[in-house]
Write a protein that binds this ligand. Structure first.
Ligand code: ZN
Length: 249
């Protein structure tokens, strides 16, 4: 039909964009939920998020290996696990339930097989499968029923927001177990240095590492971002920062 020719391409472009954004949200959740899962145990703080996991990863792995050796050899029965963080578990369970239900609705609409429900409310490993299944059949479901895309877009966006909020809340304020390469941790209170001054902060919804030391003054080549008068490094620079922190002083 000629009358459709002028309208259709616009609808298709908007449609494709919404489809793409929704798939990106689903993938983001699939990629990031393990970060939150790792946070469920207090004491695993140094393995926080993907970004600065690398920053302290080696030290954390070493500490863990030492702890595991110790657990195996001494007093295994007396070892008590840290309490579970209930809020983190609730968020993960919400996401699990939301992902299962969304995948079920999309598959049913698209005429695709519906995946089995999670074995328990804590079967977090199943999250990825539901999200991938939902993404795979989203276009077909949206073809059958345009409201399926509205539903998926709203649900994915809200799950993503919930996950990011939980990750940011926990990461915010976390102090890195390493000494700043630019001030050596020499603060007004501890002029000899060695203080742990690097802190993760959430600034305008982005994670940054800030040196809290008032005396820290890296050159403009070493730091291009300042947060309330303190040098800061956004997530994109953490790989680089990690290398600087690992250099011998
Ligand atoms: Zn510093």
């Amino acid at each position: 039909m000629n009358s459709n020719n002028t309208v259709e391409p616009v609808v298709t472009a908007a449609w494709a964009r919404r489809l793409g954004e929704t798939r990106a949200d689903l993938l983001h959740i699939a990629d990031r939920w393990p970060d939150l899962y790792q946070l469920r145990l207090p004491g695993t703080a140094t393995r926080h998020t993907t970004g600065y996991a690398s920053l302290a990863a080696r030290r954390a792995r070493d500490a863990q290996a030492r702890a595991e050796r110790r657990d195996r050899t001494t007093d295994t029965l007396g070892y008590s696990a840290a309490p579970l963080d209930v809020e983190v578990l609730d968020t993960l369970t919400d996401i699990l339930v939301g992902a299962d239900e969304l995948a079920g609705r999309i598959a049913a609409t698209a005429g695709a097989p519906v995946l089995d429900p999670p074995s328990t409310a804590y079967d977090y490993a199943a999250i990825r499968g539901y999200l991938i299944h939902a993404g795979d059949h989203l276009a077909d479901a949206a073809d059958v029923d345009p409201e399926a895309l509205d539903d998926a877009q709203d649900t994915a966006r809200s799950m993503r927001r919930k996950l990011d909020k939980a990750l940011n809340e926990i990461a915010d304020g976390h102090r890195l177990d390493t000494v700043c390469a630019f001030c050596g941790g020499a603060t007004p209170e501890a002029p000899a240095g060695g203080e742990r001054t690097l802190v993760v902060r959430v600034v305008v919804d982005q994670l940054v590492i800030v040196c809290a030391n008032a005396l820290c003054s890296p050159t403009s080549a070493d730091c291009g971002t300042w947060v309330r008068g303190r040098p800061a490094w956004p997530e994109a620079e953490w790989e680089w920062l990690n290398k600087r922190l690992d250099m011998p002083a």
